[in-house]
Design a protein around this ligand. Sequence first.
Ligand code: GLU
Ligand code: MG
Length: 436
Amino acid sequence: MTQKDTLVFVGTSDIAGIVRGKSFPKSEWEKRLKNGVGWTPTNIQLTCFDSISDSPFGAFGDLALVPDPATRFTIEGGEKPLEFAIGDIREPEGGAWEFCTRSLARRAVQELHAVAGATPLVAFEHEFQLKDKPPRAGDAYGFKGFRDGQAWAEAYLAALRQTTCVPDTFMKEYGPAQYEITLKPVKGIKAADNAVILRLLAYDVLGQSGVTPSFSPILDPESVGNGVHIHFSFLDDTGAPLTYDGDEAHGMSALTRHFIGGVLKYLDQILALLAPSEISYLRLTPHRWSAAFNNLGYRDREASVRICPTFSTDETARARQFNFEVRAVDSAASPYLAFAAIMFAGTQGVKDKIEPPAPTEEDLAMLDPAALAEKGIKRLPESLPEALVRFADSKAVRSWFGDGFVDLYKAHKLGEMAQLEGMNDLEKCQKYKDVY
Ligand code: GLU
Ligand code: MG
């Protein structure tokens, strides 16, 4: 009898946030760890609909997708065991490819460390909905919805525990068949790795129970969206927390305040990376509990950046728990690019000591632009084309990501939008529903 040689899949999460890659026999792991698998530059211009946007590379060039052993996991048992690792895209000479999303995120983490000696401790919070389930009364945060999902949720959590992900909470969210899962925070790019793994295992594991999740930003223009909220705190090299200062307003240390200042100053310019689909902008509207203005909220769930509550009277525990979340992200975004953009903008804020606007305490949708301007607040771009103009015109974004990447990303998104021409909002939502 011939012995089964399991396949290991090495994947990259690309500009579209889609995991693509190749597999190889497990017996070749050591060799592939050095050489990777062959990869094509123009693959980065594959849109989420599999069309190919304008590519500066055409049919030319060769790259290697090299697995990172720290991301490798095996899911045993079940009908389809899985061997998986996330890869970095490298030049044939071995250096990081300048358009590798994971390498960009790694560079962003290094820059904050160089500027402030701080490492981000990060947790992604994901919302998703089960496809084709009609709304049911009494289901918002409800026990019935939880029980409906408990069997697949437990299988899902068990699978996540076999990876680098450590589940935190699982709950029935507000929307129709909407659920939320959070992971424990981890340092640096591992958090984005875990977001990649969390999404791919959702399709894999829930599919085995006969339900199909969609992480798409919004399934129905009339309903709520599926957000990704990214929680941040900071540690120094000894592991001590740097986020909290009990003597400062709202508990923010100077590092936290300036980082948030940078994120909010540049939010309109990085939004095309955080909310990167046309339908993302149906979610980023007032009163959808997402984010519509570049505002700071103290425990306000309609703020782009929200200072989260801590539940402790002990100052040491509070300093460890203290964190803020960026709420303008969705799952059409590459976890690496959204994370990198927030890190670059925040680091710029730390370098330039940018002060954020004061936390808002009222309904900003009721204020006119002049009243908003007085508070240092703007409505965020209301469409992807508008966000792309701010992105491509931003000197700051170009200095962080490089001109080559900015132009590539813009071309990618123009090609993606061309696939939606002539469709109404509902049709667009339906098209994205099956991708994410
Ligand atoms: N569904 C909301 C969003 O699109 C978030 C709701 C909440 O968890 O506060 O971000
Ligand atoms: Mg939620």
